[in-house]
Design a protein around this ligand. Structure first.
Ligand code: FES
Length: 257
């Protein structure tokens, strides 16, 4: 059978891009705002885990909160604290899309275009946001206020289409509502997630993700109406999850694998 990717007429060869194709940590930009206090905080994160290496993900979020990206100095700092190599840190930092190799904007906007959001307008929403900001996905506005990302399913399909601002949900989004939110953020006005949380900045959100709470975790409900509807229906009908201690046993050894 012929391998279609070997054919010169294979249509996607030059077009498909994934974040794995993006450049590695930007070694050309050696700037950093990491201080001794940051190092202390990195060490405190490492000390929270029985195996300190488990702290690498929150440590990288802390680096982003300080440098606005995963900086070469941040990679070195994590490696030093954990006693591993910079290559090992870079391997993790360049695997996950939440870690940025170029500085994010003050506000990081994400638009979900995975199946359900796309069907309900996610592609149109992304297009409108790109026009509004004058940038394409993966770019930051020249003044550094906004960066934009196309996001895979946010696990919030019951509120599709979803836009995120600094990882906070903007549910059931429309182009007009998105424009209003972007205008308000640009004007420095107070903006709330549709679930209640006050929008701060991408860096502050990164610090919270690192494990340094800002006291806002309880702003707004923790689950929205659409998610709770199933729970309410189950209660009305007396449905409940099976008792884990009384689950039916598999019939055969094969089924139990
Ligand atoms: S498809 Fe967009 S949140 Fe699931």
């Amino acid at each position: 059978m012929t391998d279609p990717t070997q054919s010169s007429s294979y249509p996607y060869e030059e077009e498909f891009e994934s974040h794995f194709d993006a450049p590695l940590v930007d070694q050309d930009d050696q700037s950093t705002a990491i201080t001794e206090q940051t190092m202390e905080e990195l060490r405190s994160l490492a000390a929270r885990y029985p195996d300190s290496r488990s702290a690498l993900l929150p440590m990288l979020h802390l680096v982003q909160s300080v440098d606005g990206r995963v900086s070469p100095a941040g990679v070195e700092a994590c490696a030093e604290v954990l006693g591993i190599t910079a290559a090992q840190v870079s391997g993790v930092a360049t695997f996950y899309t939440m870690y940025k190799r170029r500085p994010g904007g003050t506000h990081h906007i994400g638009v979900c275009t995975t199946a359900l959001c796309a069907i309900l307008g996610g592609d149109v929403l992304l297009d409108k946001v790109e026009h509004k900001l004058g940038i394409k996905e993966g770019q930051t506005t020249p003044d550094g206020t906004f960066s934009l990302e196309r996001i895979e399913c946010n696990a919030a399909c019951d509120f599709a289409p979803i836009m995120m601002v600094n990882w906070e949900y903007m549910d059931n989004m429309t182009p007009r509502k998105a424009e209003e939110i972007l205008d308000a953020l640009a004007a420095g006005e107070e903006v709330h997630s549709t679930r209640g949380a006050t929008i701060t900045s991408w860096r502050q959100a990164e610090r919270v993700l690192a494990g340094f709470p800002d006291g806002r975790a309880d702003e707004g409900p923790t689950a929205g109406e659409a998610s709770l509807r199933g729970l309410r229906i189950a209660r009305e009908h007396g449905w409940h999850a099976p008792d884990p201690n009384r689950l039916p046993q598999p019939d055969t050894e094969e089924e139990g694998k």
